[in-house]
Write a protein that binds this ligand. Structure first.
Ligand SMILES: NC(=O)c1ccc[n+]([C@@H]2O[C@H](COP(=O)([O-])OP(=O)(O)OC[C@H]3O[C@@H](n4cnc5c(N)ncnc54)[C@H](O)[C@@H]3O)[C@@H](O)[C@H]2O)c1
Length: 439
């Protein structure tokens, strides 16, 4: 969207792109800034001081819309992560990220203290298994929220996010979701072209998140089982949702966006673990392949893999009766229409920056902003895909969204008991299609 456009310049396309960018309804003009805090400083607080949380604070700080942002409080399950994040942020931003010890919170309940601070916006960037609980607390405390994707790991979590989101709207809270692709120039341009019918009638879509995988945090002797799993969170479904939910959700959200922010009605698929099978790899799969069916019969083919030495791709593709669109997550996008020269759109600025520009612009102008309604469908789509690969069944959207399968642990203290249990050899059982109850 052209952020310099005056009200008179607003076109249908601008409006559609704004709404497409997360379903957030942004009204013009941008120029009348209203500071929610009654000062010219936007106070933010971070829960989840890892790579993305620290990065999101940086993106907020260096926003391109003139917001003066100050970090006032932080929380992480582990103190060493608070220390590392603050060290990096203070080194870069000085007093704007100088959080005194009495506003540094740790442990699994530290988020509650974070909500008691005078922050205007809280950033929820811990593992997604905690997101529904943290979002509920933030909205109860009347905070505006930036929260990372995915929004939940199971259907009860999705329903809790949706219920909380209704409260957020009633309270007039602004809520951004870290689906940065929805803010990227090339995605917005190509999805508008699909919506405008340039590739004809949509026939099928494809999406990939194939990579070598992510970090491993091995067990330390002094850790309780809960501490171990929360630290090595990627490999436990109750914490990450499995990599189809944790990462591939980016692409699945784009497929739903291509479809006009609609969700599939069913899925069937296959998956397993072939490479990542040791003790450090918890219970998740290392590959999933899913066929989603939308209400109008359009099918989407989704593939995600975490195995080094294979073909890697982070991309989405739409095929229509007159042509096709291919969008690279970290690169350009291209549209081929029969009888015309292909049109290539370069990536432009990183969506992680653009999402903060858009959110802070709306925040300062006191405008409504809520990206949950559109993107919760992406989270639920990814969970539906996992239900299909874990179970080996055709799973319908209705079955999936009504599922009572709750992946939560017995509680949220370091002595609580997570559901995954290692065998005598230290290996965690993983889902077996045809046997596992996955929804
Ligand atoms: N939008 C994107 O492009 C993007 C990129 C990377 C990660 N992410 C998302 O960001 C989130 C965090 O990922 P990351 O890569 O920063 O992981 P990370 O492991 O680097 O950071 C997560 C942090 O959360 C902490 N934590 C764990 N449990 C917690 C709890 N209950 N309360 C508070 N803190 C807790 C961990 O100790 C860790 O420091 C995930 O949801 C991930 O999907 C999004």
């Amino acid at each position: 969207m052209n952020q310099n456009a005056s009200q008179g310049d607003t076109t249908r396309r601008d409006f559609l792109q704004a709404t497409a960018a997360g379903g957030a309804v942004l009204t013009w003009p941008w120029t009348r800034f209203v500071h929610a805090a009654g000062s010219d400083v936007v106070k933010i607080a971070l829960s989840g001081c890892g790579g993305r949380g620290t990065g999101a604070v940086s993106d907020a700080m260096v926003n391109k819309v003139g917001a003066k942002v100050k970090l006032v409080a932080v929380h992480d399950a582990f103190k060493e992560r608070v220390d590392a994040s603050l060290h990096a942020l203070k080194g870069r931003f000085g007093e704007m990220a100088d959080v005194p010890p009495d506003r540094q919170f740790t442990g699994l309940d530290g988020y509650l203290k974070l909500m008691e601070t005078d922050a205007d916006i809280v950033l929820l960037c811990s593992p997604p298994g905690f997101r529904p609980m943290h979002y509920e607390a933030a909205v109860k405390a009347g905070k505006h929220v930036f929260m990372e994707k995915p929004l939940a790991v199971d259907a009860p979590g999705v329903r809790r996010i949706m219920a909380t989101n209704e409260e957020a709207k009633k309270k007039g809270l602004r809520v951004a979701v870290g689906h940065h692709l929805r803010h990227e120039v090339k995605h917005k341009e190509m999805i508008q072209r699909i919506w405008d019918g340039e590739i004809g009638e949509l026939m099928y879509m494809r999406a990939y998140f194939n990579s070598r995988g992510v970090w491993v945090r091995p067990r330390k002797p002094e850790q309780t089982e809960m501490q171990y799993q929360v630290n090595n969170w990627y490999y436990f479904t109750w914490l990450s949702g499995d990599h189809i939910v944790e990462q591939h959700v980016h692409d699945l959200d784009v497929l739903n966006w291509m479809m006009g922010n609609k969700h599939p009605i069913s899925a069937q698929g296959t998956g397993g673990r072939q490479f990542r099978i040791g003790k450090d790899y918890g219970e998740i799969y290392d590959h999933h392949a899913v066929e989603f069916v939308y209400e109008n019969g359009v099918r989407a083919y989704s593939y995600c893999r975490h195995i080094p030495g294979c073909w890697d791709s982070f991309s989405e593709h739409a095929h229509g009766t007159k042509g096709y669109v291919s969008i690279e997550g970290h690169g350009h996008a291209i549209i081929h229409v029969q009888g015309k020269d292909p049109v290539r759109v370069e990536r432009g600025p990183d969506g992680h920056q653009l999402e903060w520009n858009d959110f802070l612009q709306a925040h300062m102008a006191g405008q409504a902003y809520n990206e949950v309604d559109a993107t919760i469908l992406g989270t639920m789509t990814a969970i539906l895909g996992r239900m299909a690969t874990y179970s080996g069944q055709i799973v319908t959207w209705d079955e999936a969204i009504k599922s009572e399968l709750d992946l939560s642990p017995s509680g949220y203290t370091w002595d609580s008991v997570p559901q995954p249990k290692p065998g005598p050899d230290g290996i965690y059982p993983c889902a077996i299609p045809g046997q596992t109850k996955a929804y």
